[in-house]
Structures are given as structure tokens and as C-alpha cells.
Design a protein around this ligand. Structure first.
Ligand code: ATP
Length: 532
């Protein structure tokens, strides 16, 4: 069965994350807080590397994208204009028995027998329950289960002798009206706005309501004109931002995958509203054709993003794509493709790339009264740019990288005994520590001195970890689990015991476990070529 295996696999990953300091539960000593996660020493480095690499790829290495860093709390009208105040909601249901809350669109359809209980007179309390309550039990389960749940339900409502309730049954297929955990009925679905509300200033009145941003994108739209004025850019060009976003998710789950506080990396790429360009061919480099239509730009960004994922170790075969059908698209979107990763708990979204037309800028023009149009020198026309939006979640990507890296391998230790090696095969670009530095023995001052020299040489260029405790094999294993791609061992040959090998070290590759001798002077250029 696939599911227990996937659960077991996730449990191992979650346990390694805690044990090695990638991810901790937020506020753990107080029992934790659902939907919030902290990154420990290794996780913080990993996250920083991912964000830095995205930023470098998106803006610093390109001519046509600039950056922005906006506030988390913004004018509340922004969320009216964007539609978040009225429509940014998920359908929510409550279990009538446990009061636990669920997202109704995430409940798996179930089939079975539904037991309907209705309000018979209760002889003990003389109360009459007019409520009707039903319980679903999966095929093959005993009806007593349903009776027990119904009894619990009526007992919580003060009916002293629920045994006397009337009962009838019905076979039902594919329903999402019942809690899969206990068979109890859900309330009717109702919309639940996902934005966190707060008050700005000392007075808690409706006039002072503000929201923690549920996405970073809107700040880019509202600063579009300011950036255009200063950035010396012409269309097509983009503005990108990395930052926190907050969503009061009804049911946070799958470790960090669905959190209430998370980070996004978003690009808004503004293009001319030129939809007449050839749609059949996908041209080569941007800029080689002046009038790419939105479809070409959309495909271009999908391809760019996939290449980016490949460059940090997520190959195409662990990714998947969902091109949204017309019926799934937001009303303003022309096309959306989700890039998915094959997580152990299912294939799920990492990033959405949407062609959003001119919806957002038009809305902000309408709500702010400020023009969002640009003047095109070539055509002498004014228009509101259209936009392509690649929007990625940092935390989901970190989780994908961690899941992808986690490997168990059967090896034999120095004594020839079989053992399981746990190794995090993180791409050197994103690995938290790039190289482990190990003096062969810690009680030989000459070795330690030399090892510290090597550490200082490398530390100036990259994060390193110096470890002199325990057998060398154990030290390698510790760095394998941390995802450190290289290990450097300083031994007696380094000191000149074999004259030809003076000032060389052993360089160990984490994944192949191959070792090679390398001159200390060659280490920096070699390692930099691997981690950049
Ligand atoms: P979902 O359908 O999974 O809720 P979404 O389609 O609402 O996601 P978007 O609004 O498109 O997500 O947000 C862009 C990206 O932000 C997502 O692809 C995801 O990587 C990230 N993201 C969104 N919600 C969360 C969350 N609750 N926790 C972590 N990351 C999130």
C-alpha cells in the first residue's frame, strides 16, 4: 500500500529536519502553534541560499528585471482592488461532533451507509430533540460505530437518553458531507476569508483595520509607476520581490507545505498588450522579436522556471505540470500552469505561472484614481501593460529540496559491517554548509594547526564546518546528513610525511564517497566552481 510507506518516509524526513536543525515547530516549548515553522541553523542557511540564488537569477543576471522590497501591511484598499477582501476565501466546514474545521474542497469523497437519527422524545429529560443528525460509516463497518457517534452528538446537546432516537439508513456514493475521521456530519460549507486582520494604531475600530499581506504580488502592482519612473526600463520588463505572506489556512498540513506564515518569490513581468504576435512558434531569445504575444512570454517563463529548478537539483522527472483548464482559471487569467513536485504525500504545487492580462493594474487604476498606463514611443500609444506572473513559495521549495535530497543507502563501514547511510543529496548551490574540514586526529597539534589554516582559507569564501570529534567515518556521516557536499581531511601527508603529497588534502565527494588528493591551493577555485 502506497500510503503508509509515504507516511513513514515523511516521518523520517520530519525527524531528520528536527534532529539536524533544518526545521523546528514554532514555539515548541509551549506546545507549538499550528501552521507555523521555524528554520534551525541548517534550514536558515538553506533557505537563504535558495532566496539568494533566485534573486541573482531573476534580477542581477538579467537586464530586464528589477527588485522591490515592500511592507507587509499596506493600505487596506489594495485588498479591495485586488479582490482579496471579497473573494479570497476557502470553503470551510465544521465537524458537528468535534467542532474541528476542514476545507470542504480537500475532503476525499466517501461511500457507505448513512444512518439518519431524528428527534424522538427523550423519556428521562422530557426534552424533545427536533434535530436530525446523520453519521456515515464506510462499507463493512459495524452500525454500532454510527450509533456511538450519534449518541455522543446528542449527549453534547443535553439529550439524556439518545438511545430512543429514531433511525433510518440510506446507501450513499461519493459524498463529502461527512468527516472521514469519525463519520460525523459536517456543517454546510461557508466561505472563510484567509487574510489575517489587525488594527493600525491604538484604536481598534473598523476604520483602522489592516491586513497582513496574503501575497507579495500586489505591492509590485501598486509601486509599478514609481519603479517605472526610476528604473530606466522599457516594456517588456519585470519587478520581483521576495517576502513573507500570511494566510489563515483552515487546515495547515503536510509539514511546512501548507503553512499560515510563509515566504513567496514573485515576479510580475510586464508586457505590451500585444496579442496579435505569431502564436504558433516559440522564438529563441527574448528581445529578438519585438512583439512577442502573451502566449510566447508565458511559455518562455514556464521554461525559464523549469530550467531554474533543474539548476538546483530538481530534475524534470521529479516535477509535473498542470495546465489549468478554462473552467479552473480565475476570471481574469488567460492561462495558468502550475509547476508541481512529486512529494511523498502526493504531487502538489510549487509554483503557479499565470498570464493575468491587465487585470491588476486596471483594478488599481480604478480604485486609486491614478493612471497605470504607459506611453509607448514606438507606437505612440498609451496602454495598461499586461503581466505574466511566476509565483513560487520558498517554504514549499525548501520542503521539495529536502524530500528530494533525503536518501538512505546501504554501505559497509571501515570494519566491513553493513550500515545504512543517510545522506542529504542537496545541490552544492543550495547546501547549507559547503565543506567539512577534518584534522585526521585532534590530539596532534601540527595537524590541528594545518586544518585550522585550511578552515580559515575556505571560510573567507564559503560556509564551512570544522569538526575534530570522533572517528573520521563518523564525522563524514554527520556531514552527509547535513547535506555538506564536500569534505577535506588534513592528514600526515598534508604535513609532508610523503614529500610528494605535502600541502595536499583528501577531498571527499558526499554522493559518490570518492576521495581524491588535491593541493590546498586548488581547493578554493575547485569548490567555488561547484557552488556558484
Ligand atoms: P494552494 O492552492 O496550494 O493553496 P495557491 O494556488 O492558492 O496554493 P498561490 O496563491 O498561487 O497559491 O501562491 C503562489 C505560491 O505560494 C504557491 O505556488 C505556493 O508555493 C505558495 N503558497 C501559497 N499558499 C501557501 C501556504 N499556505 N503555505 C506555503 N506556501 C504557500
Amino acid at each position: 500500500m502506497a500510503e503508509p510507506k509515504a507516511n513513514e518516509h515523511m516521518e523520517k524526513i520530519v525527524s531528520l529536519c528536527k534532529r539536524r536543525g533544518f526545521v523546528f515547530q514554532s514555539s515548541e516549548i509551549y506546545g507549538g502553534i499550528n501552521g507555523f515553522w521555524d528554520y534551525g541553523p541548517l534550514g536558515a542557511e538553506l533557505k537563504r541560499n535558495v532566496k539568494d540564488f533566485w534573486w541573482r537569477s531573476m534580477t542581477q543576471k538579467r537586464e530586464d528585471v528589477v527588485g522591490l522590497e515592500a511592507t507587509i501591511i499596506m493600505h487596506p484598499k489594495i485588498w479591495e482592488a485586488s479582490g482579496h477582501t471579497s473573494t479570497f476565501s476557502d470553503p470551510m466546514v465544521d465537524c458537528l461532533l468535534t467542532k474541528k474545521r476542514f476545507r470542504s474542497d480537500q475532503i476525499d469523497p466517501q461511500s457507505g451507509t448513512v444512518y439518519f437519527y431524528s428527534g424522538a422524545k427523550d423519556s428521562t429529560s422530557e426534552k424533545v430533540s427536533s434535530e436530525a443528525y446523520s453519521v456515515l460509516i464506510g462499507n463493512g463497518k459495524h452500525p454500532d460505530h454510527a450509533r456511538k457517534i450519534a449518541r455522543q452528538f446528542y449527549t453534547t446537546r443535553g439529550v439524556a437518553n439518545p438511545e430512543l432516537l429514531g433511525e433510518r439508513t440510506e446507501l450513499i456514493e461519493g459524498t463529502v458531507r461527512y468527516n472521514p475521521g469519525n463519520g460525523s456530519l459536517f456543517t454546510e460549507p461557508r466561505p472563510f476569508n484567509l487574510m489575517f486582520k489587525t488594527y493600525v494604531g491604538p484604536v481598534e475600530s473598523e476604520d483602522n483595520v489592516a491586513y497582513l499581506r496574503p501575497e507579495t504580488a500586489q505591492a509590485i502592482f501598486v509601486q509599478f509607476k514609481n519603479v517605472l519612473d526610476v528604473a530606466r526600463q522599457k516594456l517588456p520588463f519585470g519587478i520581483c520581490q521576495i517576502g513573507k505572506a500570511f494566510r489563515n489556512e483552515i487546515n495547515p498540513r503536510n509539514f511546512t507545505f501548507r503553512s499560515r506564515e510563509f515566504e513567496q518569490m514573485e515576479l510580475e513581468f510586464f508586457i505590451k498588450p500585444d496579442e496579435t504576435a505569431s502564436k504558433s512558434s516559440f522564438p529563441g531569445e527574448p528581445g529578438t522579436e519585438p512583439s512577442w504575444g502573451w502566449e510566447q512570454w508565458h511559455k518562455y517563463w514556464v521554461e525559464e522556471r523549469v530550467k531554474w529548478y533543474e539548476s538546483i537539483g530538481l530534475s524534470r522527472d521529479v516535477l509535473d505540470f498542470h495546465w489549468q483548464q478554462k473552467s479552473e482559471l480565475a476570471h481574469y487569467a488567460k492561462a495558468t500552469v502550475d509547476i508541481l513536485y512529486k512529494f511523498p504525500f502526493g504531487t502538489q504545487e510549487l509554483e503557479g505561472i499565470a498570464a493575468r492580462g491587465d487585470y491588476d493594474l486596471t483594478q488599481h487604476q480604478k480604485f486609486s484614481g491614478k493612471s497605470m498606463a504607459v506611453f509607448d514611443e514606438e507606437t505612440k500609444e498609451r496602454f495598461i501593460p499586461h503581466v505574466i506572473e511566476p509565483s513560487a513559495g520558498v517554504d514549499r521549495l525548501i520542503l521539495a529540496l529536502i524530500c528530494n535530497a533525503y536518501t538512505e543507502e546501504e554501505t559497509t563501514d571501515e570494519k566491513g559491517l553493513k550500515e545504512t547511510r543517510i545522506v542529504m543529496k542537496l545541490h552544492p548551490r543550495v547546501a547549507p554548509v559547503k565543506v567539512g574540514i577534518f584534522p585526521l586526529l585532534k590530539n596532534k597539534p601540527e595537524l590541528v594547526k594545518k586544518a585550522q589554516e585550511v578552515r580559515d582559507l575556505l571560510r573567507a569564501e564559503m560556509p564551512v564546518f570544522y569538526d575534530d570529534a570522533g572517528a573520521i567515518g563518523r564525522r563524514y556521516r554527520r556531514q552527509d546528513e547535513a547535506g555538506t557536499p564536500f569534505g577535506v581531511t588534513i592528514d600526515f601527508d598534508t604535513l609532508g610525511e610523503t614529500p610528494d603529497l605535502k600541502d595536499t588534502v583528501t577531498l571527499r565527494d558526499r554522493d559518490s564517497m570518492q576521495q581524491q588528493r588535491m593541493a590546498i591551493g586548488d581547493l578554493v577555485p575547485f569548490l567555488l566552481s561547484k557552488i556558484r
